[in-house]
Design a protein around this ligand. Structure first.
Ligand code: NCD
Ligand code: ZN
Length: 455
């Protein structure tokens, strides 16, 4: 037998189905052996994983790496360094860049930047421009993992998609075997509320919660579900934030909609009023962080299997852009790719989650949802050698100034966490080792989905 490129020896391998002690051998970027350390061939490099957890490479299905076009906020270099530091081996990048990923040229521009700079593997979502839905055919050929639709305006995308465009998008997407993910907040509701509130002359960050209330999310989630039903299209609801929107999904799922749901660490761990009063616009994000009861409902939905994925919504903006007093001029979002896994590991110690559930929500399920499984999201023979090694008991404190992102802000500043990624392995190559990002590692690659029902 030839020598392995990498042997990860005697770790506790975590999968959604269970946890077992094993060694893992990677050759030419692919897992070729799983078993006892005695059964393993020789290896060029060995990592002693005893005492460590070995997860299938963590996938962050929701990042905004701002490249190309908004590189002052982030680029594929710094974004992927943050990913590697946070134990993330694959990122799925959102289309609201400049140019946006809404046609072949936009896709190629992003592919060029990411191929040159990224340390981790990456996939891209297609965005949609009203009236140019046909561009999706070419984007599907180029290898987007899915489609992202903003039902309200957002960073870099001014024109929200209306109901007719949404249905048309879903019809085309479903014929191409692509799932449609939505940012579900009703654009008209929130722009009217914002104008009404702005007219009062108030500028307090807490107004963000009133300008983008739960009602806006409920209306948009309901319409997205109906549109998906009409078009026969798979639907993914990104960053679900409220109990009321969960209820709508529960009520409409029996219509036969293939719907999957993402939430983010901040909706599970923070209280909106508290965060906005303590941190000001640093905690401003869309949808807004809601109240404790909403977080409880999301935890409950995770326990029941109604939430499929956790993504970070890594949405970096520079500190001086965020740290303004005026709620109306502050951008929405904050970085998250580096803190997501540690935050979720900490919840295992609090009894909220299990390691197996983390393997499902942060790796296997996003891989399945976006057609990447079992190449990604799985520790099996033939899968990519993507592994995230974790020291489950390391305690440390989140500090914005230590983040690898250009955006040195986080709503989790000062939080004590327990659980630390210690090795990040992408297709057999170590891109982070004991907290240090390996900057000269081989570059990440585009991941393309196996599309369902391709025709
Ligand atoms: C995102 C961004 O900045 O790109 N911001 C956010 O608050 N989540 C865009 C978005 O998803 O709305
Ligand atoms: Zn969004």
């Amino acid at each position: 037998m030839t020598a392995l490129d990498l042997l990860v020896r005697d770790g506790l391998v975590v999968t959604p189905k269970g946890t077992f002690r094993a060694s893992i051998g990677v050759e030419d970027g692919v897992i070729i052996a799983i078993g006892s350390s005695a059964s393993m061939p020789m290896a060029e490099r060995t990592i002693d994983a005893s005492g460590l957890l070995v997860f299938p490479g963590i996938i962050d299905e929701h990042v905004h790496f701002r490249d190309p076009g908004l590189e002052w906020k982030e680029d594929f270099r710094t974004g992927s360094m943050a990913a590697a530091a946070g134990g993330v081996t694959t990122v799925l990048d959102m289309p609201n860049t400049d140019p946006p990923t809404v046609d072949a040229d936009g896709f190629r521009a992003k592919l060029e930047a990411a191929s040159r700079k990224s340390l981790v593997d990456f996939g891209f979502y297609a965005g949609v421009v009203p009236g140019r839905v046909e561009e999706l055919r070419e984007l599907a050929e180029l290898g987007v993992v899915g489609v992202k639709v903003y039902m309200s305006e957002t960073t870099g995308i001014r024109e929200p998609v209306d109901d007719l465009d949404l249905i048309r998008t879903m019809r085309v997407a479903s014929s191409l075997g692509l799932r449609v993910g939505v940012h579900a907040e009703d654009g008209r509701t929130i722009s009217r509320l914002r104008e009404e509130l702005r007219a009062t002359g108030q500028r307090n960050p807490l107004l963000h919660m009133r300008a983008r209330p739960v009602e806006a999310e409920v209306l948009a989630v309901g319409r997205a579900l109906l549109a998906a039903r009409l078009a026969g299209c798979g639907l993914h609801v990104f960053h679900l934030s409220s109990a009321a929107a969960l209820e709508v999904i529960r009520a409409l799922r029996p219509l036969g909609v293939d719907v999957t749901v993402e939430t983010c660490p901040h909706y599970l761990l923070l209280d909106g009023e508290d965060a906005l009063s303590r941190l000001g616009n640093v905690a401003k994000v869309n949808p807004p962080i809601r109240g404790r009861a909403d977080a409880e409902a999301l935890w409950d939905a995770i326990a029941r299997g109604e939430v499929d994925a956790i993504g970070s919504d890594h949405a970096p903006h520079l500190p001086h852009e965020k740290m303004v007093d005026d709620v109306w001029s502050a951008p929405s979002g904050f970085p998250g790719v580096e803190t997501m896994l540690p935050l979720m590991l900490t919840e295992v110690h609090k009894g909220r989650l299990s390691y197996e559930k983390i393997a499902a929500l942060l790796s296997e399920n996003p891989a399945r949802i976006w057609g990447l499984y079992p190449r990604k999201g799985s520790i099996t023979i033939g899968s990519d050698g993507d592994l995230t090694l974790v020291d489950p008991d390391a305690e440390w404190v989140i500090r914005a100034d230590r983040l690898h992102s250009k955006s040195k802000v986080t709503p989790f500043e000062g939080l004590r966490v327990r659980g630390k990624p210690v090795y990040t392995v992408v297709r057999g190559e170590v891109v982070m080792e004991r907290g240090e990002v390996v900057e000269d590692a081989r570059r990440g690659q585009l991941v393309r989905p196996v599309r369902r029902g391709e025709r």
